[in-house]
Design a protein around this ligand. Sequence first.
Ligand SMILES: Cc1ncc(COP(=O)(O)O)c(C=O)c1O
Length: 406
Amino acid sequence: MSQSFPLFAPLQFADRLRNVETSAIRELFKLLGKPGIISFAGGFPDSAMFDVDGIREAVNAALTHEPGAALQYGATEGYNPLREQLASFMASKGVRNLAPEGLIVTTGSQQGLDLLGKTLINPGDKVIVEGPTFLATIQCFRLYGAELISAPIDGDGVNTDTLEQLIAEHQPKFVYLIPTFGNPSGALLSLERRKRVLALAVKYNTLIVEDDPYGDLYFGDAPPPSMLALSDSVPGSRDLLVHCGSLSKVLSPGLRVGWMIAPPVLLANATMCKQFSDAHTSTFAQATAAQYLQSGRMPGTLDKVRRVYAERAQAMGDGLRQHLGDAVEFVQPQGGLFVWARLTGAGGKLSNGNDLAKRAIEKGVAFVPGAPFYCANPDMATLRLSFATADVAKIAEGIERLGAAL
Ligand SMILES: Cc1ncc(COP(=O)(O)O)c(C=O)c1O
């Protein structure tokens, strides 16, 4: 006798999916296809800035010198020549005593965050994040069942007095910060506060995660050293610090090359989880990145992207001051890809970011309202404007349109 199966068995998804939803930002992106829209909505670098010649040479060099390694399965921890290059890249940024074995290569820094979720978060664990913070981090940690606590920020990054109170009250599994030109805030954590955060890590025996994809994108003077570089000056803090880096914003996000530096036992557990996840980051991409870093082109590439983004950030700031005046307040970014602005409602103008986003699309300009970047108590008056992908003339035009939408 033949057995019959229902044609459409209902799919039973994991309970953890109830903790997350597709982002409001993705919904907005559907509107971006409209012809003539100037978009400040993206969170990515300008593809016109990619060093295509340099990457082509790196691909050729990888295939010429190490074709077997570049096309074969590789070690989960990462391709050793790349780990060596990344260790010296970090050394050039003031990180002492980092052996190549002290880091693992991840598939973008996004995978580093996922591995932290996998290795550290039990359902119900508390994790402190900045309010606002990177949306994918909120979603990723929630997927593992984290209860997120929001620590307020200002132009100097997270408020360390409040952070101390929150750590003392909640005893979080860890604290996640983007200290240098944060996404979305663009904020730069001051040197004094960096040291205070490291001291808090030691005082409360709390793990700190420093996510740093934007630190190399500074416009004038270099920002204060990363917390990883500073950890030498705060005894005990290095053992309580995780640092995630990425080539995405400075070289190419398509390479999907990031890295994670962490205490050895945490790196070992993250490596184990990575084995079950993607086995290793693409060896082809890693060999390409290694050749690129070895070629010595990186400093020139960094100079170029810093110069171009600095001009665009300036154009956006000038435009906002000219066309939105006191209807908006913001700190002129000193690096990164974003202006984080707040509608003041002055002169009876709009004071809600969602409302302005809708009107702005009608006027032909797009940005992301700030509310989804908060894990709690969203500030509805906020907006994130990326100056990365439009040139100076388009930025001026787009901000003028934004002023007309207010
Ligand atoms: C703060 C932050 N962390 C991590 C990432 C992920 O970058 P990637 O996985 O491309 O390295 C991003 C990308 O937008 C980001 O803004």
